[in-house]
Design a protein around this ligand. Structure first.
Ligand code: LLP
Length: 441
């Protein structure tokens, strides 16, 4: 069965009686007029449908638990949805922990991840009642041990390991291959386990954690990952007599940005995972551990679109046609950072004849600020509402104030209703952290 990560558009997308694109029962042109652009629009029905697919896909395997990787897109409203859906949260900074806590999230269902968590962040995480910490390196183990000792506390940890698996995604978003800044290399696991066993006695090692990469299309990656982790669990049991009963497989399932992308469905991924769990439990003669997965992009990516208003344009003589939009690399860094490609439509002219090659440029003072290069669209007119699909993941979360552009607003749409979930930044907010020293006044 097809799942929403295999669609380019949110499931509620249609052309309405005004001849405009609508999502969640809301006319995109009206949303652009009401809230201004750039605007991130999130379709609640698509988010819930992906979540339902994850739950259905693993329902015969009750040992699999889901955590949403908040780095893909996090606001307090999203935390509320995840809580309602009984998902946990994978968090990777003090800021993400604060956001979850301040949304009233059940912190026992959270995991703290990251390759350079600071002493203060770790203390804050524990104060907030974080469920588990994925310890990434020796430095962190020592910090955790100090904190555990001074708080007279036991800390539940996983060891983040580098499984040594290559997945064919962009180099910057691969994480599980051997030359990676994340996690313990397989050859360092023994030393870490020995430290915990012999010296860091307040650290309660419950399992292993790995994440092979993001925007993954291949099933084999999950199966190979489980093979590597289960082999380590067997080895640790034999060598140290320690039973590890939790395994976090990370996130990574891909989504369809353009017709060229062919991600597997959530059901295919689940089948691969459950088959591999059975196969390797038998092979290594271990009881199947409690499994966690932490998808980010595949939960939120397809639900989100970005709306822009078309402004100036430039036809280079005998060259490209540039159409400028009112946002750019500050609201979507992915094209300039990874060469990411998107599907684009004109929300007020979805049926126009696509016969113009155009390059959609941002408004930043930099030539590399291109959102979509040489794509074919209907002729764009000034004031048109331009819709980029699949910007829900790593769009807002990687946004910046480059050139002092304001961070856009985000709305959640459902059944014809739109609600602000992030206000557009104001000039006052933009400058509120600036300090002018007295001597300059
Ligand atoms: N778990 C861990 C430990 C991770 O590092 C990540 C993503 C995830 C889960 C969620 O992965 P997902 O399901 O979203 O693929 N900025 C890049 C993506 C970076 C992903 C970083 N880690 C992009 O825009 O493509």
């Amino acid at each position: 069965m097809k799942t929403s990560n295999q669609n380019i558009k949110p499931i509620t997308t249609k052309i309405n009686s005004n001849g405009n694109i609508e999502i969640g029962g809301c006319d995109l042109v009206e949303l652009a007029n009401k809230y201004g652009t750039p605007l991130y629009v999130f379709d609640e029905a698509t988010i819930r449908s992906v979540i339902k697919s994850y739950k259905d896909a693993f329902k015969d395997f009750p040992k699999v638990n889901m955590m949403y990787a908040a780095k893909a897109f996090m606001t307090r409203a999203i935390c509320k949805i995840m809580q309602e859906e009984a998902f946990g949260l994978d968090l990777c900074s003090g800021g993400e922990i604060y956001t979850a806590k301040s949304a009233g999230f059940d912190m026992s269902k959270t995991l703290f991840n990251g390759n350079n968590k600071s002493y203060d962040e770790l203390c804050f995480a524990l104060e907030c009642g974080i469920g588990t910490i994925s310890a990434d390196n020796f430095f962190e183990l020592a910090l955790l041990n100090d904190i555990a000792k001074s708080n007279r506390q036991n800390i539940r940890i996983l060891l983040r390991i580098t499984p040594g698996i290559e997945c064919h995604t962009h180099e910057y978003i691969q994480t599980g291959h051997l030359d990676s800044k994340f996690g313990f290399d397989l050859t360092q696991i023994n030393a870490a386990v020995e430290l915990i066993k012999d010296e860091y006695k307040n650290l309660n090692l419950v399992g292993l954690h790995a994440h092979t990469g993001s925007q993954i299309f291949e099933k084999q990656v999950y199966s190979d990952e489980i093979g590597v982790i289960f082999k380590e669990i067997r080895r640790i049991k034999d060598k140290y007599g320690i039973d590890l009963h939790e395994v976090n497989l990370g996130g990574g399932l891909g989504i369809k940005y353009t017709e060229a992308d062919k991600p597997i469905s959530i059901y295919e991924m689940a089948q691969t995972v459950t088959e591999a769990l059975e196969k390797y439990s038998k092979k290594y003669d271990i009881e199947t551990p409690v499994i966690f997965i932490e998808p980010g992009r595949s939960i939120i990516g397809t639900s989100g679109v970005t709306l822009y208003t078309a402004g100036s344009s430039k036809q280079v003589p005998n060259g490209r046609l540039y159409q400028a939009l009112d946002g750019g690399m500050s609201d979507n860094a992915r094209p300039s950072l990874y060469g990411a490609k998107y599907t684009v439509e004109i929300a007020n002219n979805p049926n126009g004849v696509c016969d113009k090659k155009v390059t959609l440029a941002g408004k930043h003072c930099e030539s590399g600020d291109i959102l979509a290069k040489d794509i074919i669209l209907p002729e764009i007119e000034e004031g048109d509402t331009v819709c980029f699909y699949d910007t829900g993941a790593y769009g807002y979360s990687m946004s910046s104030n480059y050139n002092r552009l304001l961070k856009p607003a985000a709305v959640l749409v459902n059944n014809g209703k739109s609600d602000i979930i992030i206000n557009r930044q104001t000039y006052e907010q933009l400058t509120e952290s600036d300090v002018i020293p007295d001597r300059l006044n």
